[in-house]
Design a binder for this molecule. Structure first.
Ligand code: IMP
Length: 196
């Protein structure tokens, strides 16, 4: 089965490729001829991942999945959430986003937060959703140079280091995205076993 991962981030595809069952041929948006930007106008992670996957199915008729991730901070009622990438503005600047978050949390004792990833898979027009969460806390200042986005501010529960102070393999063992992908892969494997 051909399965499109609705992203143009080649790195994300290469990360997932070794995990999918042998009968699944993973392809990128480019490989199915989709070069336009996918619509992403929902106000939840679920709606956005669904919208992107649905777009690919409707316009290209290819089975596919799309992900959407946000950082949800308890003291801010779940902000920045679905707006994580453009929290400080449309320029999607990670440093500006972190500065804004720190300003909003100034003097706040509750530093609890979670990263949450939602994946929508569309198989033959039918949608399935998978979620991955990692809980932790937001520091008062950035630490570490690895990773991306809010990684320098986020310390996962049970660890003393931020995501930006971990190497990729270590982050990938516990990350929100890895957990959501794990559930997707389990689902695909089970379907394959049922049909063989
Ligand atoms: P996306 O849905 O994977 O594009 O993620 C949306 C935004 O959430 C990114 O632009 C980052 O600001 C933030 N984000 C997603 N995943 C991570 C992560 O693993 N670490 C830090 N920030 C992340």
């Amino acid at each position: 089965m051909k399965l499109c991962m609705a992203t143009n981030n080649a790195h994300k595809i290469e990360e997932i490729r070794p995990l999918v069952p042998g009968t699944v041929g993973l392809v990128s948006l480019e490989e199915i001829g989709c070069r336009e930007e996918l619509p992403e106008t929902g106000d939840t992670l679920e709606a956005n991942s669904r919208q992107k996957a649905q777009y690919v199915w409707d316009h290209y008729g290819v089975n596919c999945f799309a992900d959407d991730t946000g950082l949800e901070v308890e003291a801010l009622g779940g902000e920045p959430g679905v707006y994580s990438a453009r929290y400080a503005g449309p320029q999607r600047d990670a440093r500006a986003n972190m500065e804004l978050l720190l300003r909003k949390l100034e003097g706040e004792e509750n530093r609890r937060a979670q990263f949450r990833t939602t994946i929508t898979l569309i198989l033959d027009g039918q949608a399935y959703q998978f979620e991955g969460v990692v809980r932790g806390a937001i520091l008062g200042a950035a630490r570490g140079t690895g990773g991306f986005g809010y990684d320098p501010l986020f310390v996962p529960d049970g660890y003393a280091r931020t995501f930006a102070e971990m190497d990729l393999a270590e982050k990938n063992k516990i990350s929100h995205r890895a957990r959501a992908v794990e559930r997707l892969i389990r689902f695909l494997r089970e379907r394959e076993e049922e049909s063989s």
